[in-house]
Ligand binder design. Structure first.
Ligand code: KIV
Ligand code: ZN
Length: 513
């Protein structure tokens, strides 16, 4: 018999804190539905006090999800906790996750609180959260760099106050796997009441060991792991859900525990998160990278043909690589379109919304022979982004010649009012960006421009990500189209619209995101 290992997914919270990875409410619901379909145990849906939009998104996820626990993050103060409780209230099963930093550097330089005040705040916070729900998680932020005796005192107080899950974050990704395993082991041995709670690991990947640290924690008795799809997250990211789940499943003989994750949805979840955030998955990424199950070298191919186990330790189909993907085309009807989108977690509010989406699908099907799930996801995301944007692309013309600089004429509506500008640039994309920047009157610096083909083939949609920075705030914009210059214009506009919107608060640093 193996122990259950709880999978706590924080793609929608820690993943979204990654600069430029912000998602719309509809996108969060789509990801949450996918996580639920995968049978993730706990979905951390956001940080409700960050902004009214974050609050609404957590509330919407709490209303949409039925089978997973929905969790809201709160700092150790009453306002945060009450707001988180209100946001997760519609959930069938809700959790409040309270955190406060316990390392000397964080207490002194960030919180400016002496250790005894931190201990008192942690206790009061857990009690307040328990006033709202029985399901309370406590995290000592930067536990990896905290003094052990003090950490033990804080955790003992949190357990006495009613926390049922104690999560140990390696916030800055500093700890090495053997150390992290020892830390979990020592805390489980030393903290009074340790046997009454679930121990959890939350590891960041700054030194590339987030998954190794999480697995070391599991070996030392942790029975919850906090992770994200594709390892999305701050800086180098969080521990990757797919790697942890498949490591534990493939090496059940070693870990003696297992998750309840339906692994055949893993690839679809990875693609969904990558399409929504614009963060591409590297081809050699374990489990979900395009090459993860490809056998290039002749000797490997020969071995795999004779006996798969010679070089493969997992089956590609077990993580959803060759899951049946329905292909739609220009002859597909409204019903087939709506059914497939429903299966992908997209619900339409009314017939009008469905008809609009179907019209966009038909436009795409005129340009592209086969429409895959990824195309549908991109189509829906495009519409989500455009809905509330102040600046919207109306039309554009671009010219290139061997004789002179490329020229672009772009027409955009700004709060419904039409504005056109012409600009030249080093290339067509540069010219388009200059024209849009001129219309928007929004100074920013371009930090990243990337183009990815959403699917294979020369008629594939190009998916463009643009990262802009202004006054320390970083945003990512995404756009998709079969024409990559149009996709670039949409991505740039999406980023500018984000820069013009109200910033949200980062839960840990307090900065604007
Ligand atoms: O990395 C971290 O410390 C966190 C906490 C809020 C759990 O994300
Ligand atoms: Zn984190």
């Amino acid at each position: 018999m193996s122990d259950p290992l709880i999978i706590f997914d924080t793609t929608l919270r820690d993943g979204e804190q990654s600069p430029g990875a912000s998602m719309t409410l509809e996108e969060k619901i789509r990801i949450a539905r996918m996580l639920e379909k995968m049978r993730v145990d706990v979905i951390e849906a956001g940080f409700p006090i960050a902004s009214p939009g974050d609050f609404e998104a957590v509330r919407a996820v709490a209303s949409a999800v039925k089978d997973s626990v929905v969790c809201g993050l709160a700092r150790a103060n009453l306002a945060d906790i009450d707001r988180a409780a209100e946001a997760v209230a519609p959930a069938n099963a809700a959790r409040i996750h309270v955190f406060i930093a316990t390392s000397p550097i964080h207490m002194r330089d960030k919180l400016r609180m002496p250790p005894d005040e931190v201990l008192a705040a942690a206790t009061a916070a857990v009690k307040r959260a328990r006033h709202h729900t029985d399901n309370v998680e406590f995290s000592p932020e930067d536990a990896g760099r905290s003094e052990r005796d003090f950490l033990c005192r804080v955790l003992e107080a949190a357990i006495r106050a009613g926390a049922g899950t104690i999560n140990i974050p390696d916030t800055v990704g500093y700890t090495m796997p053997a150390q992290f395993g020892n830390l979990i082991q020592e805390l489980r041995e030393r903290v009074p009441g340790a046997d009454k709670v679930v121990w959890s690991a939350h590891c960041h990947d700054d030194l590339g060991v987030a998954v190794a640290n999480s697995l070391a924690a599991v070996t030392a008795g942790a029975r919850q792991v906090e992770c994200t799809i594709n390892g999305l997250g701050e800086r180098a990211g969080n521990a990757s859900l797919e790697e942890i789940v498949m490591a534990v499943r493939t090496r059940r003989d070693f870990f003696h525990c297992d998750t309840r994750i339906e692994t055949r949805h893993i690839v679809a979840a990875s693609r969904l998160v990558s399409t929504i955030t614009g963060f591409a998955v590297q081809p050699n990424k374990a489990i979900v990278g395009a090459n993860a199950f490809a056998h290039e070298a002749g000797i490997h191919q020969d071995g795999v043909i004779k006996s798969r186990e010679t070089y493969e330790i997992m089956r590609a189909q077990d993580v959803g690589w060759d899951a049946n993907r329905m292909v739609l085309g220009k002859h597909s009807g409204r019903n087939a379109f709506a059914t497939r989108l429903r299966e992908l977690g997209v619900e339409f509010e009314d017939d009008g919304e469905l008809n609009e989406a179907f019209a966009r699908f038909k436009e795409l099907a005129d340009k592209k022979h086969e429409i895959f799930d990824e195309d549908l996801q991109a189509l829906v995301s495009e519409a989500d982004h455009r809905e509330d944007e102040r600046l919207q692309l109306l039309s554009m013309q671009v010219q290139s010649s061997t004789e002179g600089a490329p020229l672009a004429k772009v027409t955009v509506t700004v709060n419904g009012e039409r504005r056109s500008r012409e600009a030249s640039g080093n290339g067509q994309v540069d010219a388009v960006f200059r024209a849009i920047a001129d219309i928007a009157g929004c100074e920013s610096s371009l930090q990243l421009y990337s183009v990815n083909a959403i699917t294979g083939g020369t008629d594939a949609q190009g998916e463009v990500t643009v990262r802009l920075e202004r006054g320390g705030r970083i945003v990512n914009g995404h756009g998709a189209d079969t024409d990559i210059v149009i996709a670039s214009a949409r991505a740039y506009l999406n980023a500018v619209n984000k820069l013009l919107s109200a910033p949200r608060r980062h839960p840990q640093t307090g900065g604007a995101i």
